[in-house]
Design a protein around this ligand. Structure first.
Ligand code: FE2
Length: 286
């Protein structure tokens, strides 16, 4: 973990209520209008190059708002050694920006030096739990902070799986001693694609591990649901979110939109809906 005198990598700012994913299309509007958004989620991998204009904008946003980091590059489930070069870059970036937390996914995306753009699921076995938990613990040690891991949506399952996805997720985070970023849309997409009950998933999540939630839009492809993050949150996902708020603590929630990025006011409208659910289920302002 952190060595004496080393700069802290996370814990910067208080994260509460409904945040929005920070996208380059909205930098100027955010900085000019300083909208009433309690926090922004930053896509870590977009800022790991050398300097550049995006980093200048991000530092200006960070001067006004707390942020969290969300990455896709740790490939925590891969079989090859952790990419220490990548983790070093994430750590240096975090020391500079001071996010409230750093998250990545419960998946693998690299093998034999090749990186996939997909976040691929693992077989849900005891062996994979040990493997994943060991690598998360190693990554936490390198970064010097607790990690938050997100459940991914999936389109295939493994004949070798010995348990449900939620049993796997809970066992991994308990063994690794990390937290969960619960993506409600991903639960719904996977529940439809694999035919399980999304509420069983919610009921298995330990409250004390649930650090945050994600909301996003999927696309109905006829044969399956595809997690595109390019549409408003669908009605069944709002209903599941309401159940999650009642079942779990009212943790910070993010509106996540990655493709066909709409004008910023559309994201504010989605955040308003989430805030309404927050208040409806808690009786307290978000
Ligand atoms: Fe997500």
């Amino acid at each position: 973990m952190l060595h004496t005198g080393e700069k802290q990598v996370s814990g910067g700012g208080s994260i509460r209520g409904i945040g929005i994913g920070l996208r380059s299309q909205h930098y100027r509007e955010i900085l000019e209008n300083l909208p009433s958004v309690p926090w922004f989620e930053v896509l870590t991998d977009n800022y790991l190059g050398e300097g550049g204009q995006p980093l200048v904008y991000l530092e200006r946003v960070r001067a006004e708002y707390p942020v969290t980091f969300h990455g896709v590059g740790m490939s925590l489930g891969s079989c090859e050694p952790l990419n220490l070069d990548y983790l070093g870059k994430v750590k240096a970036f975090a020391q500079r920006i001071q996010p409230a937390w750093i998250s990545d996914h419960l998946c693998w995306s690299a093998s034999g030096g090749h990186y996939s753009h997909d976040l691929l699921p693992l077989p849900y076995t005891k062996e994979a739990i040990r493997h994943m938990a060991t690598r998360i613990a190693q990554a936490q040690d390198v970064l010097g902070c607790r990690l938050v891991v997100e459940n991914v949506s999936s389109y295939v399952s493994f004949a070798d799986s010995e348990m449900s996805e939620w049993e796997f997720l809970v066992a991994v985070v308990e063994q690794a001693d990390c937290d969960i970023l619960l993506d409600i849309n991903n639960i719904y997409v996977s529940a439809c694609n694999h035919g399980f009950d999304a509420e069983h998933y919610l009921n298995a999540i330990p409250k004390q591990r649930d650090r945050a939630m994600h909301l996003a839009g999927y696309e109905d492809q006829g044969t399956h649901l595809l997690d595109t993050h390019g549409l408003p949150v669908h009605e069944p996902v709002w209903r599941l979110y309401e159940k999650a708020l009642r079942r779990l603590d009212q943790v910070p929630t993010l509106i996540e939109w990655d493709t066909d990025i709409p004008p910023f006011h559309c994201l504010l409208q989605e955040a308003d809906k989430a805030r309404y659910m927050f208040e409806k289920t808690s009786g307290l302002p978000a």
